[in-house]
Write a protein that binds this ligand. Structure first.
Ligand SMILES: [Zn+2]
Length: 65
């Protein structure tokens, strides 16, 4: 299971239609909220689906976030 925190940056296997592929984590829970860092669009994905689509976690929010 991938450990996620608000503010983490993640890359998904599939590009967003806007061309961006990096997302920041905005919400945690049964559904994970992601915001596209290119077009600022927000989506919600069930955690299980996100784990399938996730390519890599590119950065971690600092402990003071
Ligand atoms: Zn986008």
């Amino acid at each position: 299971m991938i450990e996620l925190h608000i503010g983490d940056s993640v890359t998904l296997k599939k590009k967003h239609p806007c061309g961006g592929h990096e997302w920041s984590v905005t919400r945690l829970g049964a559904d994970i909220g992601l915001q596209c860092t290119t077009c600022s669009r927000r989506i919600l994905l069930p955690r299980s689906e996100l784990e399938l689509k996730l390519k890599q976690k590119t950065s971690t929010a600092g402990p003071t976030f």
